[in-house]
Design a protein around this ligand. Sequence first.
Ligand SMILES: Cc1ncc(COP(=O)(O)O)c(C=O)c1O
Length: 403
Amino acid sequence: MKDLEDQAFNLRDGDRIYLDHNATTPLATELVPLINEWIKAWGNPSSIHCSGRGPKALLRDARKNIADMIGASPQEIVFTAGGSEGNNFLLKGAFEEISKSTGRKTILVSSVEHPSVRDTAKYLETKGAILKWIPVLRDGTLDLDFLQKNLDETVAIVSVMAANNETGVIFPIKKMAPMVRAVGALFHSDFVQALGKFPVDMKKMDVDLASFAGHKFYALKGSGFVFIKRGTQIQPLIHGGGQERHRRAGTENSLAIASLGHMSKRKDEVSAAYVRIAELRNKMEAEIQSRISGVEITAHQALRLPNTSSLLISGIDGESLLINLDVAGISVSTGAACSSGTPEPSPVLLAMGLTRKEAQSSLRLSLGWGTTESEISRFIDVLVEVVARLREAHIVRPLEASL
Ligand SMILES: Cc1ncc(COP(=O)(O)O)c(C=O)c1O
């Protein structure tokens, strides 16, 4: 455990305090010498000759470690380049199959999904799907009554993420699985934010399809995988060679996949580390609320990821706060998506029923394995000072500018 914190998964960027681990994590430093070794296996894993053996072995070991980590069998794992590809692949590929074979057209998707699910669902609508958004309540939890009422024999797929990237809310996948199964629909879940933050077991969760990304788990970017439950029919997204048992064409990114496979062996330490991170997060929230007035913690009462904190700070524009913290050497995030130069308030927060003004005052903090107590106390000191300064200067984005 100490070892895990020490090597701290920090290829540190000077004194910068990095509180944006839900966007991406630093590379685990233990991977650096391993990657130097793996680079020597530069052949094509599909080659039959000798040069293919090394990379093939990397893929085989990674597949086994990943399958063990999530309680799956190696045949149920398909490598991808990350979470967005995984979500596109699973939703498009499964909808095509199930709608053709059963005539089912309805897809039920939670309204707080990552854009790679939301936009794929909208795309499927143009291909004949009947799309229904499952609402969330103001406390961030899913409207299970809506789900229950809308589950019938016309439903092809239900897609609900395991944990939300902005609020950290953990959704009750295990509870929903039998509801979905009872009507014969497929259950897809985006597990990108769950990996490494709580134990994941596909058998217990009982989903048919799940997507994962390596770069939220201290592995190299460009690595990811999907879980496809044995027997589930799915069309490939990428056509071509026969890699991944004809489910994902293209030469595998063996180096990045090996890094993800290696991190998968650390799952027990990961769970232990998150006990400390949850304590640190809780302490941080309590101190922020005691030192700054008008701070609301989004989804405070809901079951949340141990590392995530989404704050609403009244009278403050989240973007201005982010920029000021950046200048002070602290990396954080808001849920806003920048389109045509105007930051749009987070669709996730709007879906929870927050006003645009409230959503514009949001700040997301996501801690990681390397985050220390002293970093958090330095961060809070800076936050207190910046919020006071912005409030004094009345730096609140004029609402009309973004209407
Ligand atoms: C919940 C969730 N799903 C999917 C993605 C997309 O993953 P990737 O960036 O690997 O494509 C993200 C990335 O932030 C995410 O948080």
